[in-house]
Design a protein around this ligand. Structure first.
Ligand SMILES: [Zn+2]
Length: 396
């Protein structure tokens, strides 16, 4: 059902630009490194409570920073749309908020307090407009998103505890395409050791293996493995990979070092089992250990499972309609999801369709984050329009 032009206009006119900017500045102003986002979640809860929303604080297994959940329910039949954002930021020095022309800068402005504030504004607009004819809007905000400090478990617990809608919008800073596939990600950390201490190279015990030789053997083996993994590919998700990002051993040129450390990633296609991927990697590493006479400790840090979106799902059409209505008729192409985000968790744990779509923004994971205010207004508009479509009890 196409959106009536009057509804499109009405929702846009209700997006309050100043209120939206104030919300972003409020959220950015409270430092919230991953694991320590309690104060900013408290702030959001206070704000929404003061506006008359019913706020729940489920811990999701992370009691120092309980999540925020608001269910705005029409009390009439219809589906529930969920807006989900994380309010934790990567561990970098805090940059306070500033507003300059169309830009808000500061920690988390891009990733993703700006987008979360736009979702909050959409919730307000939907309540004020009275245009939600049925169903409900569920807004959730949480901590523990950014790896490696967070493991995504807080959201996973919220999902398994029932804090889920029938479809999800995630306002991460990406909007040029609708991502339909994304790879899962694990981080690995390896320490290769031999028994003895560090010694001068001429004192090297002849029966002890070189940890650097073992590392080079491991790297060669990983390169072979990578060639094999490259055959596992699909157009929208690229291919499976193993990547070595760091290697460290030794202190000076003529010391025989006792250990060598390596770190990297492993990415896999949606549908592959996280446990099977880990098992295969562990076996490969242990083979190198026994062949080289070293011991190898492997720390495996799962980040997210893979992601897939059914491009024929009615939700996708409704989102396209809403996007077109807010963007002069422009529809979005489908594309890959280059980074892991929380859509992956909704897909792999609950098979719920989730679309990543957020504001024009940049500088994620740097000290120079920014977000466009004009585009936050657009995102709030698109989110409210999508909700009107999706929650309508007469829609598909
Ligand atoms: Zn993010």
């Amino acid at each position: 059902m196409p959106l009536a032009p009057a509804v499109v206009q009405k929702l846009l006119s209700l997006v309050n630009r100043q209120r939206l900017v104030d919300t972003v500045v409020d959220l950015v102003n409270i430092p919230s490194k991953t694991g320590e986002a309690g104060a900013v979640l408290d702030r959001l809860a206070t704000l929404l409570t003061s506006e008359g929303f019913q706020v729940e604080r489920p811990t999701g297994g992370h009691p120092v920073a309980p999540a925020v959940a608001v269910r705005f329910d029409t009390g009439r039949p219809g589906k529930t749309i969920q807006f989900n954002g994380h309010l934790d930021t990567v561990h970098l020095p805090f940059v306070p908020p500033a507003v300059n022309g169309d830009r808000i800068t500061g920690s988390g402005s891009c990733d993703m307090k700006g987008g979360t504030a736009a979702a909050v504004e959409a919730l307000r607009v939907l309540r004020e407009s009275g245009e939600l004819t049925g169903g409900a809007v569920l807004l959730t905000a949480h901590d523990m998103h950014e790896s490696p400090w967070g493991d995504g478990k807080q959201l996973e617990t919220l999902i398994t505890d029932g804090y889920v809608g029938d479809a999800v919008l995630i306002p991460e800073y990406m909007n040029a395409a609708i991502p339909v596939a994304g790879r899962g990600l694990g981080i690995w950390r390896i320490v290769i050791r031999r028994p003895g201490p560090a010694v001068h190279e001429v004192m090297r015990p002849q029966d002890e293996p070189s940890v650097i030789d073992a590392a080079s053997e491991l790297i060669a083996r990983l390169r072979q493995y990578g060639t094999f993994l490259a055959s596992k590919s699909e157009p929208d998700a690229d291919c499976e990979t193993v990547f070595v990002g760091q290697i460290h051993a030794g202190e000076i040129y003529n010391q025989f070092p006792p250990e060598c450390r390596l770190e990297g990633t492993r990415r896999w296609l949606p549908g592959a089992s996280r446990a099977a991927v880990e098992q295969e990697f562990r076996e490969l590493v242990q083979k190198v250990a026994s062949r080289t006479g070293t011991t190898i400790d492997l720390e495996w840090i799962p980040v997210r499972d893979g992601f897939r979106l059914d491009r024929n799902a009615p939700f996708v059409d409704m989102f396209q309609e809403a996007h077109a209505a807010a963007s002069g008729g422009r529809k979005l192409p489908f594309g890959p999801k280059p980074f892991c985000d929380d859509c992956n968790a909704f897909w792999s744990l609950a098979n719920i369709p989730a679309i990543t779509h957020g504001p024009n923004a940049g500088g994620a994971h740097t000290l120079n984050e920014w977000v466009s205010i004009d585009d936050l207004v657009r995102v709030a508009h698109v989110y409210s329009l999508t909700a009107v479509q999706f929650c309508d009890p007469h829609s598909a």
